[in-house]
Design a protein around this ligand. Sequence first.
Ligand code: SAM
Length: 293
Amino acid sequence: MSQVAEEPNEYVQFWNDILADKFERFRHILMQGLSYHSDTPLRTLQVRPGSNILDVGCGWGDTALQLARMTGPEGRVLGLDCCDAFLAKGREDAAREGLNNTEFVAADVERYPFRPEYDLALSRFGMMFFQNPVIAMRNIRRALKPGGRLVFIVWRRLEDNPWLGVPKDIVLRHLPPPGEDALTCGPGPFSMASTDLVSAQLKAAGFDPQVTFTRNDGPVMVGRTTEEAMQFQLALGPAGEVFREAGPEAEEKREAIEADLREALATYQTSNGEVVMQSSSWTVTACNGTSPA
Ligand SMILES: C[S@@+](CC[C@H](N)C(=O)[O-])C[C@H]1O[C@@H](n2cnc3c(N)ncnc32)[C@H](O)[C@@H]1O
């Protein structure tokens, strides 16, 4: 019975089996190209030196390392991700920089046996992919000290994110939408776009009902060239999902799809050749009980 309980869920499996390699291929885009959405909140995030911090769904660990610098040698950061392949980069970067206050652990956030030891939990674009967000939030709350904060960054709606919507529309001109039984990495990038839904989820997980949503609109770099942007969009995100799910039909139509994507993405090319598009996220802040004065 305990063996069954340890089986990774289908989404965790998908991150490990399908997405890890694709993410690795486009790491510079996913890590640096989208960093606008964490740079702004992290600039204003108040971190007391010596704080214990949890980075949930930390991926390659760049935000965990930023937090490790902020909390300093008296503090501690745990970067947690269900995909061990990502964590090697975080461990390597921490060792190179001599950040001894950082640890990376491969685990499912819904199941990890947390103790109430963290002052702050942060997640950049992790929360939207958990199988059961309320169970994950409840478990993260268990990790927080009374008064501890959960701060997470999630995408707003597809309509507010042309960097994902424009390519998806183009691919849908050629291919059918993914079916109900499409393999996916979780509820999906827009699953936390609704402030009402997220407030209700946080409340159900036991957080203080006073939740703050800060909107952050800004540019993302989706490719150093039009060609790279086109390849990125066909591999990942909503356009990539349509393409992947269409299987052989997508391969038959590849040439025409690629040409249309290239043409559309070229209109977002900046003077240095990079493709830069608009995007929009929420930074959500919730507290485990009322925050200490
Ligand atoms: C979109 S990526 C964001 C990664 C990183 N925070 C960043 O901003 O670059 C989502 C991350 O959540 C992780 N993840 C998904 N489900 C998880 C789970 N149940 N427990 C822990 N991590 C999970 C994935 O492996 C992936 O690294």
